[in-house]
Design a protein around this ligand. Structure first.
Ligand code: TRP
Length: 330
């Protein structure tokens, strides 16, 4: 049986990139796999979080998952910190992973920036906790964006070294599931930068709490170039904004990018933007409405998370017991 694990951080300001790049793709997996979808609050605190906001953001991500169509009855939706086995396995894996491996992680270098001495130890060990998330359930497949591929490679290295060190095929080999269109949604102000919640400009991203007016305005003001739209994807060379906007259209409309080029090639950006704004509002509004409804019922959302944690805990328990036994804990 193939098992999926994926995680999203509750760091607030959930945006179109999170939706198209992650959550929406998960919806499709629930028919074919046994799935665990985790709100990784322990990863979030590798950078300081306001406690009240962390709680609210954890609920918001859970609400977004459900509003997008992830069924809490068929899947396990939970928040990481409710299952302490993640921390326990992470410690054991900290003793398997090598300092040299972690030193090569590009995301740490980016996130720590120049002031590396001041980064938390947790931020450095972040990829090991991610490996623990996945291996705790012996997940076989992990849907991730391009930016997480290196962490997944590390997960494989850690699993393999554990198996070698203890001469036991305990952990399976994990395969990434990389999605096509919409995996990488770029900033509306700069088509070469990923859409990100840490961009100081609100204009750079469409968030899951933007209303129809805000969505339309942001699309209208999105950066473009002076040419008409290309008639095929080969025309995207040197035109990151055209690629991004047409890519978003393709993802939202569930078509491929060549189709979008065929339909809109030769048109001005202004006309296309109107279509894109209409499409974005039509696709996002029902999800946003449902998200708001769920956010107004925190007890329900927390109930789902608590219930999911119970199921996750039960699934993890025999695997953690096997690990403990293997390393020689009494
Ligand atoms: N690091 C991932 C991100 O920032 C989130 C994450 C944590 C994750 N644990 C995971 C993703 C396990 C997949 C599997 O996007």
């Amino acid at each position: 049986m193939s098992r999926i694990f994926s995680g999203v951080q509750p760091t607030g300001d959930l945006h179109l990139g999170n939706y198209l790049g992650a959550i929406r793709n998960w919806v499709r997996l629930q028919d074919d796999y046994e799935c665990l979808f985790c709100v990784v609050d322990m990863h979030a605190i590798t950078n300081w979080q306001d406690p009240a906001e962390l709680r609210a953001n954890t609920r918001e991500v859970a609400a977004a998952m459900m509003a997008s169509g992830i069924d809490p009855k068929r899947n396990i939706i939970f928040n990481q910190s409710r299952v302490p086995a993640h921390a326990e396995l992470a410690w054991i894996l900290n003793c398997v992973a090598r300092l040299g491996w972690l030193n090569r992680m590009t995301q740490f270098k980016e996130k720590a920036g120049k002031n590396r001495e001041n980064a938390s130890v947790g931020l450095f060990a972040y990829p090991v906790l991610m490996a623990a998330d996945i291996l705790l359930y012996k997940a076989t497949h992990v849907p991730v964006g391009e930016d997480q591929k290196q962490h997944l490679e590390l997960t494989r290295d850690i699993a393999q070294k554990f198996n070698n060190d203890f001469k036991k095929e305990l952990f399976p080999v994990v395969e990434p599931l990389i999605f096509g269109a919409g995996t990488r949604v770029m900033s509306l102000r700069d088509g070469t930068n990923k859409m990100s919640k840490s961009d100081p400009s609100q204009q750079s991203r469409i968030t899951m709490t933007d209303d129809a007016d805000a969505i339309a305005r942001k699309v209208r003001k999105a950066k473009t170039d002076p040419d008409v739209l290309p008639g095929s994807p080969t025309g995207f060379a040197g035109r990151p904004e055209a690629a991004n906007l047409m890519g978003i259209y393709a993802a939202l409309s569930d078509t491929d990018i060549s189709q979008v080029c065929q339909d809109f090639g030769g048109q001005q950006f202004s006309a296309f933007k109107q279509s894109l704004a209409d499409l974005a509002v039509a696709k996002l509004a029902p999800i946003q409405d449902e998200m708001r409804r769920l956010m107004d019922d925190p007890a329900y959302v927390e109930g789902v998370l608590a219930d999911g944690a119970k199921k996750a805990q039960a699934m993890a328990a025999p695997i953690l017991a096997e690990v403990r036994e293997t390393v020689g804990f009494l």
